[in-house]
Design a protein around this ligand. Structure first.
Ligand SMILES: [Zn+2]
Length: 395
């Protein structure tokens, strides 16, 4: 058998650094054979920096790639949503071309799997090429209870389109709620009760107006609803944060990836942890560059990381990010929170993401038998990350 042997200043396994000159041995396709002591191996390929498993991007919207650079930065959440809704959709060819460019960037920079939000079936063709693994989160929304059956039926149609790509559709596709403020209880219940729907995702506490809408019943979301002709006048204060409003609707044995968490506080984090005992699994997905793009504010990542290690990373879409590059997300967190161990940041971007998408039997770490993709990160070692650090898929 043909083997490949990789040696670097540091070898990140998926959950820890090895810095003793160990060598990663794979077959010619990158399937891991073992990690061995490197002192007797003279023919390994040598790299400066770190070698790590492929990155897992747990939150993206590939279908919005054509919106790159369209919405001004720091416009705030409500005006960001306005801008997205008011932008004239691009032509089909332009949408398609932007998706291919975006996917190529993910491949090049070492992303191997993506949790991808889908409002339509437009990404089906690109996904047939299987350059990346995708879990398709078919997203639905509808504030008015009465619209729930119709909205849900449309989501099921999109689900059925994607289902044709997979032998076991429910393993790679789910129907998910868009956000706490955009999904009624009736619609949420239809989602959680959809047969086989085990892995959910939701945009959670992305800005302060969202919590205000639930806690006080007031705030900027009414401006948004007014503008789109949705009557929100009957909406009442719940006295709960948005998270505490909907998390009880998630069923036992379901897993939900909470995306953004910009306004998630310590009481919310305790609340989340209390649901683990009830059999509801959660992951906190951080998309720091999108948060800076839209709200110019990061989540309290130190607080979140002190409360849980169930953290993953995402790029969000090119509507709110300059790049789909997970190392750029890691660099942003490192820059703002240098006290968080680099080892943890890499784990969030690799093994944790794989666990969240339930594909850790195949990717996310250098355990023997997996084919996780092999990524070289130049400018990253256990002692620091340089501003110019970059990642590249090498196998
Ligand atoms: Zn998003």
């Amino acid at each position: 058998m043909m083997y490949r042997k990789f040696k670097a200043e540091a070898l990140f396994t998926g959950d820890r650094f090895l810095t003793g000159g160990e060598v990663l041995i794979t077959d010619k396709d990158g399937r891991v054979v073992e990690i061995v002591d490197g002192s007797a191996i003279s023919d390994a390929e040598l790299f400066a920096g770190t070698i790590c498993p492929g990155f897992i991007n747990t939150h993206c919207h590939l279908e919005l790639s054509w919106m790159k650079g369209i919405v001004p930065k720091h416009s705030g959440m409500i005006d960001f949503l306005f801008a997205v809704m008011q932008t004239k959709p691009a032509e089909g060819q332009e949408v398609k071309k932007a998706m291919y460019v975006a996917e190529a960037q993910m491949v090049r920079t070492g992303i191997v799997a993506v949790g991808d939000i889908c409002n339509t079936s437009v990404t089906i063709d690109i996904k047939k090429d299987r350059l990346l693994y995708y879990h398709n989160f078919i997203e639905t929304m509808g504030f008015a209870d009465s619209s729930a059956p119709d909205r849900f039926m449309k989501a099921v149609q999109v689900f059925n389109d994607f289902a044709t790509l997979y032998p076991l559709p429910v393993a790679s596709n789910s129907i998910v709620p868009h956000a706490p403020y955009s999904v009624s209880k009736t619609l949420f219940d239809l989602i959680t009760r959809f047969p086989g729907n085990r892995l959910l995702s939701i945009h959670n506490q992305e800005n302060s107006a969202e919590n205000e809408f639930f806690l006080e019943g007031s705030g900027d979301f009414h401006r948004l609803f007014n503008a789109i002709g949705v009557d929100s006048s009957a909406h009442k204060a719940t006295g709960k944060t948005s998270l505490q409003h909907y998390l009880p609707w998630v069923l036992r044995n379901q897993t939900i990836i909470l995306v953004h968490n910009t306004e998630t506080g310590s009481k919310d984090l305790q609340y989340i942890n209390s649901f683990a005992a009830k059999g509801v699994s959660t992951w906190m997905c951080l998309c720091p560059n999108a948060n800076l793009y839209i709200n110019n504010k990061l989540p309290d990542i130190r607080l979140i990381s002190e409360n849980t290690d169930r953290i993953t990373l995402g790029t969000d879409s090119l509507a709110s990010n300059d790049k789909l590059d997970l190392l750029e997300e890691i660099k942003t967190i490192y820059d703002a929170y240098p006290e968080i161990d680099i080892q943890r940041l890499l784990k969030w971007g690799t093994m944790n993401g794989a666990k969240a998408l339930d594909i850790d039997d195949e990717v996310g770490s250098f355990a023997p038998g997996k084919q996780p993709g092999i990524v070289h990160i130049e400018g990253l070692t256990p002692s620091g990350i340089s501003k110019s650090a970059k990642s590249k898929r090498i196998l």
